[in-house]
Design a protein around this ligand. Structure first.
Ligand code: GLN
Length: 276
């Protein structure tokens, strides 16, 4: 069987099993087995698919149709143009979080040596994306799970930013040894009742309690003690949470301005609060 036939066959199986973006997903799985980038895949599309790899392809297709995300099957996800190692100990980085990275980058320009904290770092995607663009910044990346930090550590080394990112295990801002200029946080914000029972992602990375805002609420209680004068707090939020989060932030005495940034679907996704 040639690679094109394998791709078509994979596409049909995924489509029959109602997997979204079945063609893209087929490419990802076939490329993973062949260890090809996209260009190599299409350059070699008329070549024979190695018969000793057919059973591996079958096994990843089966995992995918049982609901496991491709990012966990391939241990890979691209975020902000960088390649991240992943497993099911960490949330899969989402494209909408790139808005948070962009806002943090623009705020960081006003500092010579900004101190930036990524709270609930997961795979390290936010801190690492920022660190690769901000060579004079110092970072703290915090997560409550030690297993998660092992994945962040792999990614810090992969992107050669491990000397500028201190990984800290603990509860939100508590482990920060100094105040930060920018605090960026993609915390769990999904309502408990909205989490799919068959979700493969770590529940603590998604579960924000009854209204989805339990963890963000805790962070708001800690923030004044851990942010520098003139600093900024950037939070990712979910659909319909803007008013509650803006309300929470307005209750903090040292919050001066609040800006809301929508994602590409028009959902209010990032809240940016500046502090005095
Ligand atoms: N955006 C993710 C989702 O909707 C949630 C991420 C989070 O809770 N921080 O599945």
């Amino acid at each position: 069987m040639i690679i094109r036939d394998c791709l078509n066959k994979t596409f049909h199986i995924l489509t029959e099993n109602s997997i979204d973006d079945a063609w893209l997903e087929s490419e990802v799985l076939v490329r993973h087995i062949l260890n090809y980038d996209r260009v190599m895949l299409y350059q070699n599309i008329e070549q024979k698919f190695p018969s000793d790899k057919l059973s591996s392809l079958e096994s990843v297709i089966n995992r995918r149709i049982k609901g496991e995300p491709s990012a966990y099957i391939t241990n890979h996800k691209e975020f902000y143009g960088l390649h991240f190692y992943l497993n099911s100990d960490v949330l899969i980085p989402r494209p909408e979080t790139e808005h948070l990275v962009e806002k943090a980058l623009s705020l960081a320009q006003q500092y010579e040596h900004p101190v930036i904290a990524d709270i609930g770092t997961g795979s390290g995607a936010i801190a690492i994306s920022l660190a690769t663009s901000l060579p004079s910044a110092k970072f703290f990346a915090v997560d409550i799970s030690f297993d998660t930090l092992k994945i962040a550590d792999i990614n810090c080394h992969r992107h050669k930013v491990h000397e500028r990112i201190s990984l800290l295990c603990g509860n939100l801002l508590e482990p920060l040894p100094v105040k930060a200029d920018i605090i960026a946080a993609n915390l769990p914000y999904v309502k408990k009742e909205d989490i799919h029972a068959d979700s493969c992602e770590p529940r603590p990375a998604l579960d924000g309690g009854e209204d989805g805002l339990d963890v963000i609420r805790l962070l708001c209680q800690q923030v004044e003690a851990k942010i520098n004068i003139g600093g900024h707090l950037l939070l990712e939020i979910g659909l319909g949470q803007k008013d509650s989060v803006v309300g929470m932030l307005k209750e903090i005495d040292s919050v001066k301005d609040i800006e809301v940034i929508p994602d590409l679907s028009g959902i209010d996704r990032i809240i940016c609060a500046s502090f005095i």
